[in-house]
Design a protein around this ligand. Structure first.
Ligand code: AMP
Length: 401
C-alpha cells in the first residue's frame, strides 16, 4: 500500500514526499480509512508505530479540503514534550497546506502564555495542548472551541495516570456535542475502556500488537546492589564508543542525585525531569539532539515520544515499574534502523519487575557478571519473594566498589 492510495489533497502528499514517508505503517493503514470516514476510533498503539501521523494525516486532509479557517481540531497530550512533538509533525506534514497549529502547554513564562493567547485568539486550525494549560485559556475566554469537529486524546492512558480525567471531561464540556473522537492509548486498562464509553460513539477499534523492541537493540542486564550501581554506570560510560546516552531512573530525586554524581566525576550530563523550566528543557533537548550534550539523565518523561536519532546507549538505572515503559525506554535507541545497546541494572528488589518485562517481550535478557572488583551481585531468583542477598550471610563478604 502507498500513501497515494488515500487520495490526500496534493499539498499533503507533497508534505509526505518532503518528509520521506513513502509507505503507511500498519496503524496508518488501519486507522486512516476509518478517520476519513468520520468514525470515532479507539486505537491501541504505542509511540514509534507512526500513530501521530495516523490521525494527523486524515485530519489535515479534511481541514485543507474544506478550506477551514477556524479551530477545527483539539489534540490533548499528557506532556509538553509530546505536545511539541505533535506540533512539529503538523508543521512538517502541513508545510504545503494552509493549515495552522499551536502547541499550548504550561511551564513557560508570561511571555509564552501571552503568545499562546494571541495565536488562540486568531483561531488556529489545530490546538495541541496539555489539559491544564488549555483549561487556563478556556476559563480566561481566549480560545473559542465552539466549531471544533475533531477531538484527539493522545496517550490517553498516560493522561489518566497523570490525573487528567477531570480536566479532560471539563475540556469536552466546551466542545460541540457533535464531533469525531479519536482515542489513542498504549495500553487498554479498564479505566480507558470506561473513558471511551463516556466519550466515544460506536467507535471502531484498531489494535496494533505491542511493538516489540527493535532487533537492532542489544539488550543486556547486570544484577547489582544499589551501592554498586554508580561505579558500574561510570565504568560503562567510560567506554568512549557510546557518544549519545540516556540514563533512566524512575524518580526525579534519583535523576537529580545521579546527575550531580556524574558531574562531580567530570562526566558531562544534564538532568531532565518535570521540575525544570520549559526554557531549560528546550535548551537541554537542543544540545542533546545536536550531540553537544552526550548524556541525558531522565525520568520516564523522556521515555515516550522523544524522537532523537543516534542514541547509542540507554541505561536503566532501575527497572521501570511498568513493563511497557521498558520498551519505551529502550526504544529511544536503535531508531531509524540504526543499532544500539540497552543495559538494565537489576537490584535485589526489582527482580520480579524485570521478570515481567522478560515475559512481555518473550525473551530472556542476558545477565552479565559484574566486572572484577565489584564483589558479589544479587542472585537472580525472581520467583523468590525477595532475592537472596549475600550481605545477609556475611556483612564483609563483598568489597565496596
Ligand atoms: P510516532 O509513533 O507517531 O511517534 O512516530 C514515530 C516516528 O515515525 C516519527 O519519527 C515519525 O516521523 C515517523 N513516521 C511516522 N509515519 C511514518 C511513515 N509512514 N514512514 C516513515 N516514518 C514515519
Amino acid at each position: 500500500m502507498k500513501f497515494q492510495d488515500f487520495n490526500f489533497v496534493s499539498q499533503l502528499q507533497e508534505g509526505l514526499d518532503t518528509m520521506g514517508f513513502t509507505k503507511p505503517t500498519p496503524i496508518q493503514q488501519e486507522a486512516i480509512p476509518h478517520i476519513l470516514a468520520n468514525k470515532d476510533l479507539i486505537a491501541c498503539a504505542q509511540t514509534g508505530t507512526g500513530k501521530t501521523a495516523s490521525y494527523l494525516l486524515p485530519l489535515l486532509h479534511k481541514i485543507q479540503e474544506a478550506g477551514i479557517s477556524h479551530t477545527d481540531t483539539v489534540i490533548l497530550s499528557p506532556t509538553r514534550e509530546l505536545a511539541m512533538q505533535i506540533d512539529q509533525q503538523i508543521m512538517g506534514l502541513a508545510y504545503f497546506t494552509g493549515c495552522t497549529s499551536i502547541a499550548v502547554y504550561g511551564g513557560g513564562d508570561g511571555f509564552s502564555y501571552e503568545q499562546q493567547k494571541r495565536s488562540l485568539t486568531d483561531g488556529v486550525n489545530i490546538v495541541v495542548a496539555t489539559p491544564g494549560r488549555l483549561i487556563a485559556h478556556l476559563t480566561s475566554g481566549t480560545v473559542n472551541l465552539k466549531k471544533v469537529k475533531h477531538l484527539v486524546l493522545d496517550e490517553a492512558d498516560r493522561m489518566l495516570d497523570m490525573g487528567f480525567y477531570d480536566d479532560i471531561v471539563r475540556i469536552i464540556s466546551y466542545l460541540p456535542a457533535k464531533r469525531q473522537n479519536l482515542l489513542f492509548s498504549a495500553t487498554m486498562p479498564p479505566k480507558i475502556r470506561s473513558l471511551s464509553k463516556k466519550i466515544l460513539h460506536n467507535p471502531v477499534e484498531v489494535n496494533i500488537a505491542i511493538s516489540q523492541p527493535s532487533e537492532g537493540i542489544l539488550q543486556q542486564a547486570y544484577l547489582a546492589f544499589d551501592d554498586q550501581k554508580m561505579a558500574l554506570l561510570k565504568l560503562i560510560l567510560s567506554n568512549k564508543s557510546f557518544k549519545s546516552v540516556i540514563v533512566f531512573a524512575s524518580r526525579k530525586e534519583t535523576v537529580k542525585k545521579l546527575n550531580s554524581a556524574l558531574n562531580r566525576a567530570n562526566i558531562s550530563s544534564e538532568a531532565f525531569h518535570s521540575d525544570l523550566e520549559q526554557e531549560d528543557r528546550e535548551d537541554i533537548m537542543v544540545r542533546f539532539r545536536g550531540k553537544s550534550l552526550p548524556i541525558l539523565v531522565g525520568t520516564d518523561v523522556i521515555s515516550r515520544g522523544i524522537d532523537v536519532v543516534g542514541i547509542d546507549l540507554v541505561v536503566n538505572y532501575d527497572v521501570p515499574p511498568d513493563p511497557e515503559d521498558y520498551i519505551h525506554r529502550i526504544g529511544r535507541t536503535a531508531r531509524a534502523e540504526t543499532t544500539g545497546t540497552a543495559i538494565t541494572f537489576i537490584n535485589d528488589k526489582d527482580q520480579q519487575k524485570f521478570a515481567r518485562i522478560e515475559t512481555l517481550i518473550a525473551k530472556e535478557i542476558p545477565k552479565l557478571p559484574l566486572p572484577e572488583g565489584f564483589g558479589d551481585a544479587p542472585v537472580y531468583n525472581p520467583k523468590a519473594k525477595k532475592a537472596f542477598n549475600p550481605k545477609w550471610k556475611n556483612k564483609n563478604f563483598r568489597k565496596k566498589a
